[in-house]
Structure formats: structure tokens, C-alpha cells
Write a protein that binds this ligand. Structure first.
Ligand code: ADP
Length: 161
């Protein structure tokens, strides 16, 4: 089976991520979306909340599963028998960062990185944009599926109380 992993923070998942997942699910037999919990980022959503949101957002794509990883992405790939890692590229800043990571993955674990260029309607979209709009009670309906809106808004409402 031709498996690929799509690792990231997904804090929270956006239409930009979902677009990459849908497109890669047409190329590979199975996509494992991997919520990284080892990042030094201060994530707003817990790993469980991020997994739940990804599961809701990808429920109609049969060959997608969601897992979390608290260790090295390379070790996760080896343990899960995945030979390919998927990353989305929005701009040259993404490329510069991702390019060096791809070399490390290849040397360390014989893992190939496949880059998918963002669809142009999501070029601007990041989890940071979603969090900033949600924090100021802005409309996030263009950024995430409707089933996720209340989960995200509730997080910020509860933060205030
Ligand atoms: P990380 O914190 O590891 O960058 P993210 O959750 O921000 O993880 O993103 C995971 C992957 O999704 C990365 O490859 C990122 O470039 C890609 N990605 C994020 N937003 C978009 C988007 N709007 N279009 C295409 N790819 C995206």
C-alpha cells in the first residue's frame, strides 16, 4: 500500500489543509494526517481537539486517517510504514523552510517529501489567520468548514470567562 503522512500543527485545520488532504488522497492509497504535539509552538487547541476537528473535516474522504505524534516525524513514518511525506506550499518562505526539512527527512529516514502547491484561493490562509479572526469575533466561515465554527468560537468565548 502506498501510504503518505501529512504532518502539521493543524491548530486548527483550515480549508487550505483540507484542499491538500483531498488532492493527496487521490494520489496515495492512504493518507495519515499527523497532529504533531512535540512542536515548540504554543497551540491553542489540545491534540484531542485538533484530531476531532480533522476527523470532522475529512469524514467524507475514505482513505484518510488521523493520528498524533509526540516524537520525531521520521520515526513516526517508519513505524507506520509510510515512505512519503506531504507538505503544502503557499509561497517562497514556505519553500525555503520546507526544502531543508525535506533533505533531513530524506537523509534520516529515506523519506521522500511531495510538495503540493496551494490552490490559489487558499494562498493567504493559515491557522494563524483563523485564530486571529476568532479571537476578535470575526467571521471564519470562509476559512473552516461550518461544523468547526462553533468548536473554534467556543474556545475563544471560554478563554474570556
Ligand atoms: P506546521 O506548523 O508544521 O507548518 P501547519 O499546520 O501550519 O503545520 O501546516 C501543515 C502543512 O499544511 C504545511 O505543509 C503547510 O505548509 C500546509 N498548509 C497550511 N496552510 C496551507 C494552505 N493555505 N495551502 C496549502 N498548504 C497549507
Amino acid at each position: 500500500m502506498n501510504k503518505a503522512i501529512f504532518p502539521g500543527s493543524f491548530d486548527p485545520i483550515t480549508y487550505g489543509h483540507i484542499d491538500i488532504i483531498k488532492r493527496s488522497a487521490k494520489i496515495f492509497d492512504e493518507i495519515i494526517v499527523v497532529v504533531l504535539s512535540n512542536c515548540d509552538k504554543n497551540n491553542v487547541f489540545s491534540v484531542e481537539e485538533r484530531i476531532q476537528m480533522i476527523e470532522i473535516a475529512t469524514k467524507d474522504i475514505n482513505n484518510v486517517i488521523v493520528k498524533s505524534c509526540s516524537g520525531l516525524t521520521t520515526e513516526f513514518a517508519i513505524a507506520n510504514n509510510a515512505k512519503t511525506l506531504i507538505r503544502g506550499l503557499r509561497n517562497s518562505t514556505d519553500f525555503d523552510y520546507e526544502h531543508s526539512l525535506a533533505e533531513i527527512y530524506n537523509v534520516q529516514a529515506d523519506l521522500e517529501t511531495v510538495f503540493l502547491a496551494t490552490s490559489k484561493e487558499y494562498n493567504y490562509l493559515s491557522s494563524t489567520v483563523v485564530r486571529e479572526f476568532a479571537a476578535y469575533k470575526g467571521d471564519i466561515s470562509n476559512f473552516v468548514p461550518k461544523e468547526l465554527i462553533s468548536i473554534i468560537e467556543n474556545k475563544y468565548n471560554n478563554k474570556e470567562s
